[in-house]
Ligand binder design. Structure first.
Ligand code: C5P
Length: 319
């Protein structure tokens, strides 16, 4: 049987995204509370003559199959570090919304890295894998580790967080994505427009919310809902205003979920996916059904978390 390895990687929502000023390198310092949820991409790698990417899933046509794909870059990075050629076929079965603020591209990068490391027997340590993930992108290390974690720096410096229960979420998937750099740029523009300035000299250092961390620790849904709504402009996500400024219709989506009984509503990361916290699994199904009927999103998905990080789910070498 041909050797093949399949890895499953979760999506994320940012329970908090506190954004500091723009740094000289163009990135923003963050206090980023990552939370992995049970929506997954699956990445399968098999030996091939040359590096090749294929994608399946409803939004496959929106995913680049060239070397700009983070999965391709992950394979090239690992191969270069070990002085080998990246002769691999990477197949991505995509279920995470594309360019949706749920780290779908990062998930594919982390998954390809873990899968190629197993396929090629390169034996990278956890530290080496995390280091390569950080080189690939700010959210990629979290896709590898999953669960919940506080991300500092540009989001790549992770401290795992203990979570005392399961939280039930609904995700309203928009038509079309938003560019992450464009949303950060809009955040800077809005700050400058409001006279606060946008650089690290002007904006206070971002700090995690103690109330939010303790709600996660206690598994307390009501307390988490309060903390999600407690940040600037009624959201723990500092990018929310920028995402709405670029896509005003997101305000209607957030309102529709709240009217349907969600305990909290916020833009997921840089958007345009909107995230809603529900009381329990039945509550999440109810909010999702109402959102689908509202006409304010393309579809709505339910997902619980915290979910495990990148995990090998099939290894045909052992078959
Ligand atoms: O690290 P990643 O490639 O995911 O970042 C994409 C873009 O998002 C960066 O080029 C930058 O414009 C923006 N970004 C940022 N600050 C962060 C993370 C991302 O400004 N902490």
């Amino acid at each position: 049987m041909t050797a093949s390895i399949a890895v499953r990687v979760p999506a994320k929502v940012n329970a908090q995204l506190a954004v500091g000023g723009r740094r000289p390198d163009g990135f923003h310092d963050l206090a980023n509370v990552f939370f992995a949820v049970g929506l997954y991409d699956e990445i399968t790698v098999t030996p091939a003559d040359e590096l090749r990417i294929t994608v399946e899933g409803p939004d496959a046509d929106q995913v680049p199959c060239d070397r700009t794909n983070l999965a391709a870059r992950a394979a090239e990075l690992l191969a270069a570090r070990h002085g080998i050629e990246p002769r691999v076929h990477i197949h991505i079965s995509k279920d995470i919304p594309v360019a949706g603020g749920m780290a779908g591209g990062s998930a594919d990068g982390a998954g390809a890295l873990l899968a190629c490391d197993a396929l090629w027997g390169t034996g990278a340590s956890r530290t080496e894998l995390l280091d390569m993930c950080a080189e690939l992108g700010s959210d990629v290390p979290f896709s590898l580790v999953g669960g919940a974690a506080l991300g500092r720096g540009r989001g790549e410096l992770l401290t795992p967080l203990a979570v005392g229960g399961t939280f039930h979420w609904v995700f309203a998937v928009a038509d079309g994505g938003l560019s992450t750099p464009a949303v950060y740029g809009e955040c800077d523009r809005l700050r400058a427009e409001h006279g606060t300035g946008a650089t690290t000299d002007d904006v206070p250092d971002p700090e995690p919310s103690a109330a939010l961390l303790s709600a996660l620790h206690d598994g307390d849904t009501t307390a988490l809902a309060g903390a999600l709504a407690a940040g600037t402009a009624g959201s723990s996500n500092d990018l929310q205003a920028a995402a709405i400024s670029l896509r005003p219709a997101l305000a209607d989506t957030l309102r529709a979920g709240t009217e349907a009984g969600a305990l909290a509503a916020l833009v997921s990361g840089s958007g345009p996916t909107c995230a809603f916290l529900a009381k329990d699994a039945a509550g999440a199904e109810q909010v999702a059904a109402a959102l689908r009927a509202s006409g304010t999103c393309r579809t709505a998905r339910v997902a619980a978390g915290p979910a495990a990080g990148a995990t090998v789910v099939r290894d045909s070498r052992n078959a």
